[in-house]
Design a protein around this ligand. Sequence first.
Ligand code: GDP
Length: 425
Amino acid sequence: MSNCAIVGINWGDEGKGRMVDLLTEDYDVVVRFQGGGNAGHTIVTDQGKFALHLLPSGIFRDGVINILGNGVAVDPENLLDEIKQVTDKGVKIDSSNLKISDRASILMPWHRDLDGLEEARLADKKYGSTKQGIAPFYSDKYQKKTILAGELLYREDAKAHLLDIMEWKNLILTKVYGAEPYTEEMIDQWLDDYAERIKPFICDTGSLLKEANEAGKKIMFEAQLGSLRDLDYGIYPYTTSSNTTAAFAPIGSGYPGAKIDRILGVVKAYSTCVGEGPFVCEMFGEEAEKLRQEGAEYGAKTGRPRRVGPIDIVATSYGIEVQAATEIALTKLDVLSYLDKIPVCTAYMLNDEKITRFPFTAAQYRATPVIEYLDGWKTDISGIREWNDLPKEAQAYVEYIEKAVNCPITYVSVGPERESIIIRK
Ligand code: GDP
């Protein structure tokens, strides 16, 4: 038995999707345990390039069962769109390879409305929400004001429950934001258009996971975003509204008793961050623009240019600790091949003191990065598949990071394609 969680160590966009896609070959079940359509994994397969938001990354592998666990914000509208985009390119998705937990809460159109209305109200003070309704969704879930996927299997009950919730939502929409209310006709339409179509995928995924585990099948838990976006351990309030850490995987997957044997943390060879919030190692100007272009650092969901910087040892060490990562996949090493000298953020200066412990969010605004430089390799490494064939400067960079963060780097990714990987075990 060997279960594995693949998690992000930093601010998200580390390349988790490509690692899940690579490793799903060895796993029978892939489960998403948190988050919703607010972030994206990009995966390149023989069938093309796919931007996934809700679908688990195992969807491209024959025989793999993909689950949206109870911790996920299931948005039927977005999910059905995504299924269409993927199936249009020839990938098979049906109730045999995609399952939605009957305990998963459903993200409703009003969650997206409220997200947009609140960001508009905040104006300059906005958090940089992707307006996918994630924060309103999770707050409703904790207030017990959502409908569970399993309820959709009983249309009349689901409708009655939704009408109750709608009454309360309309108060907020109209009285707080001056927006239009929802109506019973809209609920009927929503049930016809979306709820009916996701019904075939809804089942008791908890039992399925337990049985799979007992039968010796291998389960992979797939996270969205990274440690620093975790609601409890990240850079609150610039976090997401769910727990992105491996410790939450058993809870959010539907199998609270699951044991995770292996936690693969994904770290990018440099840093990126989308949206607002502190980002101590941030680079600016031409240097930043060049790195952004070389790494194609634009959001998978929003197209927004990502903020960029050198690898941050302080943030990465903290991220590894929070995830309890047992090993690291270092991605996008090929992107750094243009640099003469590779910058590394080795510590922060805070109040004239050099610190290596990731500080509280408010202190991060006052911290400045300590940058050191390692030699570059100045040659294309994207075709390299063996560790020993990497230029010695690239090996030295990987070994430096491994030592600094005190966690073994078992994979080095040198391109987005499935085969562009160096396995170091
Ligand atoms: P995720 O949310 O953590 O899966 O990350 P994203 O999908 O937002 O970002 C990863 C991006 O980098 C995608 O476009 C990948 O295809 C690409 N990518 C992943 N690994 C590598 C790599 O090693 N080299 C290069 N050049 N691109 C990579």
